[in-house]
Design a protein around this ligand. Structure first.
Ligand SMILES: [Zn+2]
Length: 246
């Protein structure tokens, strides 16, 4: 079954941001994948039954153009880039021209909704408007509507799933942790590779080891976030990230 990896910013000043990692660490991950013998999957021809790794990048930040593209080229890997269409051509985000270039080079552009807000907190009508608008913007820019959706901030529920299917998305990548055994195309699980224990998660996922532990850690993390509130949770997460970096 496919292992999905989620990355955010790839920058040298990554220590400021719990989700960001350095280009050097991304290169180490790509080397670890190659050394494991698990193939990089071709996202343009993605099929649910394939075995391999699908690399995804969220938020359409400029480092995806400057830092990620050359690294992926070096490894002959292609990725899915999820962009929030309202952010294209705005400060701190990819331009339309950069997104087109990524597609031309064989990468896949997916929808990260229109505005970067949690869909699970919206009404079904608002979710429909977000997903339809984003699909229309990408269809206009790239010649075809996107097959892949990744809801911002992991805001995913039954309504998001139903509306995604209705509005023409084939795949929905969540932020739930797991190895997709079996893969549910509208609820794809991820291995969390940019957090404090990212490299550990990557190695376990490549060997399909400890899935139950990974799933348990995910529910513990959710529970911690819900019981602490976002501010305290973020403080703890950032402290753990700092400790893990040494
Ligand atoms: Zn995002």
């Amino acid at each position: 079954m496919p292992i999905f990896l989620v990355y955010h910013k790839i920058r040298d000043d990554a220590a400021q941001d719990a989700h960001a990692i350095s280009p050097h660490l991304l290169q180490e991950h790509l080397q670890a994948i190659r050394a494991s013998g698990v193939p990089f999957l071709e996202p343009r021809e993605f099929q649910p039954a394939q075995n391999g790794v699908v690399i995804t990048f969220d938020d359409g930040t400029p480092d995806h153009d400057t830092n990620v593209r050359p690294l992926l080229d070096k490894f002959g890997a292609r990725a899915i880039f999820f962009v929030s269409t309202d952010q294209l051509d705005t400060a701190g985000h990819l331009t339309r021209a950069q997104v087109k270039a990524l597609q031309r080079e064989g990468h896949v552009i997916g929808s990260h909704s229109h505005v970067h807000k949690r869909l699970d907190l919206m009404s079904p009508e608002q979710v429909r408007e977000q997903l339809a608008t984003s699909a229309a913007v990408l269809a206009d820019l790239l010649g075809a509507p996107p097959a892949h959706l990744a809801p911002p901030r992991g805001g995913y529920d039954a309504t998001v799933r139903a509306v995604a299917a209705e509005t023409g998305y084939t795949f929905c990548r969540t932020m739930r942790w797991g190895y997709n055994r079996p893969l549910d195309p509208l609820a794809i699980e991820i291995a969390p590779v940019t957090g404090a224990w990212g490299t550990w998660f990557l190695h376990e996922a490549l060997r399909a080891r400890n899935e139950r532990l990974v799933k348990t850690l995910f529910f513990l993390k959710l529970g911690l976030r819900d019981s602490l509130g976002p501010l305290d949770y973020r403080k703890i997460r950032n402290t753990v990230a700092k400790l893990a970096r040494g």
